[in-house]
Design a protein around this ligand. Structure first.
Ligand code: NDP
Length: 435
């Protein structure tokens, strides 16, 4: 904390991992001899740069931008780009750190990275977004490549932004090898990539529930936050398996629909968020349900909670409310959505709790599969990608059970995911010497 002051999110993510690997670390003196902790926590390198672009009124604007290349012990740097006014270096360092362990869990050869800018897409025209993405890429292109660093999307970076960035990258790098994932299907994207994080989270959830003898979501009331990429596809798969989704949100508030968000209503949300780029409040106006401004949905009754918006969106009080209302499982679509105090509450009450680095790894997994397809210059059918995704989520689940099962049989998925990810990266680093 003294070395990197004013980086609370980064400290939070590092502390969470270090606490859960303590026993394993102490049992392996070779980790200490290689100073693995410092080397695994401090990013390999960080690029920081200014992006200058011209808005629709002809005014020259600037934003700060970053790429954190955290660790490449097991493969090329890989991780998304976030465009949001709240972006800081601390947030990107936490995300890159998490990404390293998440990618290790996927079974695919990918290191960890993250990047982005404090540029907000909200209220910007299509032309402004294109000019920003192009300006961003004129700097970043020299630091990435198919065998070095492969970016993707995240908050504020969807198919449109990826396409603009990839277009400029290709022009500058003079190659067409797919140095970006989440691309459009017409130019190297993979089927199921848009769906992958949300679907993957539900597949992980089903693996957890299966251990309790639950094989579908009928009878389950599900609270979801967010209404972006992860949230909408999570809802879609949850509906397919018979669940009743009662909440969704955006950064202004949440809607609570006790009748359930059915397929038709979900189609409305897809159109609202992706085409009209409107606010979730309009759902409440259209369907006559409750809308609560400036709050998160966690106090509404549910049996399953799937946070899919942003970091630290479930605090201790929310966690207490979830447990009191009969929630049996929390599976994180977002990265680090639960505060350390909230996680304490879940673990103390022994409810099923899946941390983001395990539960939302489906997105980067299919990104890895997109890279494989690009390398082979072919495209797999939907069924094949989906099957591979299901297989990967099951193997991540099994790794968590292997390392996280406690003497009373309770599976601490947080501990399991952290140990499994850490062991793989640490061993790869030791094998390759001091770098
Ligand atoms: P999107 O930009 O598509 O959607 C984000 C959603 O969360 C929007 O509804 C947004 O509301 C809301 N949101 C963003 N910031 C805040 C905030 N500060 N407070 C409340 N709500 C907020 O992003 P994604 O769906 O891609 O990402 C959601 C989460 O999932 C992130 O934590 C991301 O890191 C994680 N994730 C994403 C993956 C992917 O494949 N896309 C992979 C793995 C994890 P608004 O529209 O008002 O901004």
């Amino acid at each position: 904390k003294q070395r990197f002051p004013n980086e609370p999110e980064y400290h939070q993510a590092v502390e969470e991992v270090l606490l859960s690997i303590e026993d394993v670390y102490n049992a392996h003196p070779e980790f200490e001899a290689h100073n693995i902790i410092e080397r695994i926590c401090i990013p390999d390198r960080i690029f920081t740069f200014r992006v200058s672009w011209v808005d629709d009124k002809g005014k020259v604007r600037t934003n700060m931008a970053y790429r954190v290349q955290h660790n490449n012990a097991i493969g090329p740097y890989k991780g998304g780009m976030r465009f949001h006014a709240s972006v800081t270096l601390s947030i990107l360092k936490f995300l890159a750190f998490e990404q390293t362990f998440k990618n290790a869990l996927t079974t695919l050869p990918m290191g960890g990275a993250k990047g982005g800018s404090d540029f907000s897409t909200e209220g910007k025209s299509d032309g402004e977004i294109m000019r920003f993405c192009q300006a961003f890429m004129t700097e970043l292109w020299r630091h990435i490549g198919p065998e070095t660093d492969v970016p993707a999307g995240d908050i504020g970076v969807g198919a449109r932004e990826v396409a603009y960035m990839y277009g400029m990258y290709k022009k500058l790098a003079r190659e067409n090898t797919g140095t970006f994932t989440g691309k459009g299907l017409e130019f190297g994207g993979s089927l199921i990539r848009p769906e992958a994080t949300g679907y993957g989270n539900i597949y992980f959830l089903m693996n957890m529930l299966k251990r309790k003898g639950i094989t579908d979501l009928s009878g389950q009331t599900i609270a979801i936050s967010g209404s972006g990429n992860v949230a909408t596809y999570t809802a879609q798969k949850a509906l397919e398996l018979g669940g009743k989704v009662v909440t969704m949100s955006d950064s202004n508030g949440y809607i609570y629909d006790p009748d359930g968000i059915n397929k038709q209503k979900l189609d409305y949300i897809f159109e609202l968020k992706n085409i009209r780029r409107g606010r979730i409040k309009e759902y409440a106006e259209t369907y006559g349900c409750k809308y609560v401004a400036d709050d998160t949905p966690w106090k509404e009754p549910c049996t399953i909670a799937l946070p899919s918006a942003t970091q630290n969106e479930i605090n201790e009080e929310d966690a207490e409310a979830l447990v009191q209302n009969g929630c049996i499982a929390v599976s994180e679509g977002a990265n680090m959505p639960s505060t350390p105090e909230a996680i304490e509450v879940f673990l103390k009450n022994k409810i099923m709790y899946a941390p983001g680095k395990a539960a939302n790894a489906g997105g980067v997994s299919v990104s890895g599969l997109e890279m494989s397809q690009n390398s082979m210059k072919l495209s797999w059918p939907k069924e094949e990608v989906d099957q591979r995704l299901q297989h990967i989520m099951a193997s991540i689940h099994d790794a968590c059970v292997k390392y996280g099962t406690e003497p009373d049989g309770y599976v601490n998925y947080q501990k399991g995911a952290n140990i499994a990810g850490f062991m793989k990266v640490a061993r790869a680093m030791m094998a390759q010497g001091i770098l």
